[in-house]
Design a protein around this ligand. Sequence first.
Ligand code: GLN
Length: 486
Amino acid sequence: MHRKSITEIAEDLRAKRYSSVELTQTFLTRINQFDRKLNSFITVTEEAALKAALNADKRLADGTATPLTGIPIAHKDSFCTEGVKTSCASKMLDNFIAPYSATIVERAADAGMVLLGKTNLDEFAMGTSNETSFYGPTLNPWDCKLVPGGSSGGSTAAVAARLVPAATGSDTGGSIRQPAAFCGVMGLKPTYGRVSRHGMIAFTSSFDQAGPICHSAADMALLLNVMAGFDPKDSSSVTTAAPDYSATLNESIKGLKIGLPAEFFGAGLDSGIAVKIEAAICELKKLGATVQEIELPRSQLAIPTYYIIAPAECASNLARFDGIRFGHRCSNPVNIDDLYARSRAEGFGSEVKRRIMIGTYILSKGYIDEYYLKAQKVRQLIRQDFQAAFEKVDIILGPTTPTPPFALGGKVHDPISMYLNDIYTSPVNLAGLPALSMPAGFTEGLPVGMQLIGNYFAEAKLLNVAHRYQQVTDWHRQVPKIYPAA
Ligand code: GLN
């Protein structure tokens, strides 16, 4: 059961081969069996899950089911979930029970999906390896000595290990795509504004975007059909209606123009990854696509630009965690300043503090023009590079990450080298474009992720290309031999 795609499970549920309760029980048992070691979940909502599954079975019986009714899902623990602890993997929110649900949590529940629990992440989604979590790191299911990527590493590891068929993530500079690549699963960052951010704890509001994580383009289309669309509760949500993403999956890609950015294939790219991406390009050519080299010269500036704008916005967003309204409060404060200072000093981990300090500095008088405003201008230049490229090509293709998954502890003391892992993903957030990462093979036994980048609102095109590729390859069906709990 656990190896099946969402599409197959949905068929089985309708054919009554098993019930949603049996299915949910199977996944809960797997979580019990494997997750003590993997650490991909922060909270498992077993009781509520079985109740939701029972309801789903009723909907399947009385004809009110949607294509996703009865299918289990897990949400990254940065999405508020009513009545459930929503920690953002921080001590600051270790005691926080969300009073309402994020829009995408609500939409998944309304569709009849069964919530199994909340997944681990880097604290406040700041990280690339899942090592900054207050609850300890998640391990990579392909090799437990390696990181799963981050910040949505709990979600991608849980999906890879078949502890749940689908999960949500959020992507500010690569946090859906980079861990998807490291764990050998598929992850999509939609166009900025396509999926509601309401109830997703903010990191960098002008980059943050929620998206689905699963195994195949067909499954992803079903998930996006539920998640995408206007939300009056999110002021950056776009009003244009979302299409039916399943409808165009099978379109021919004959004549599709693929752009290969020279900057994504240069020095710094692991040679094992390069070989696999070349092989994937050959497959797409066989399907009728044509390729041409393009240039994204200013994408080289994405990491420094990102690391100005992201800390600035996060310093401002995290000001709300003051020990008063919600979250951690220090004991016996002597006055209000002591309350603020100690609650924050005790509640936040060191990576979060580093970013708050950098961001506060960048936003201070005298520096805001020199850093923040300049970074906003560079951001426009990066966006222009993409727009110029999309005059010539339909989609842009390259590796998702420059390296395969790295060792746990390998980069924790070298933030710059950690930050550089997002070199191919962060330009996309600066431009607000949609992009997905999908499995494209293995190098020395470790998954390789291929990134497809589209023009604004071209999610359907990306899923179409991914689906055609997955019809002639089976990388997305590979299952890691995960280790049982110690
Ligand atoms: N790795 C990047 C960072 O550390 C991106 C994180 C994200 O996309 N949430 O900020």
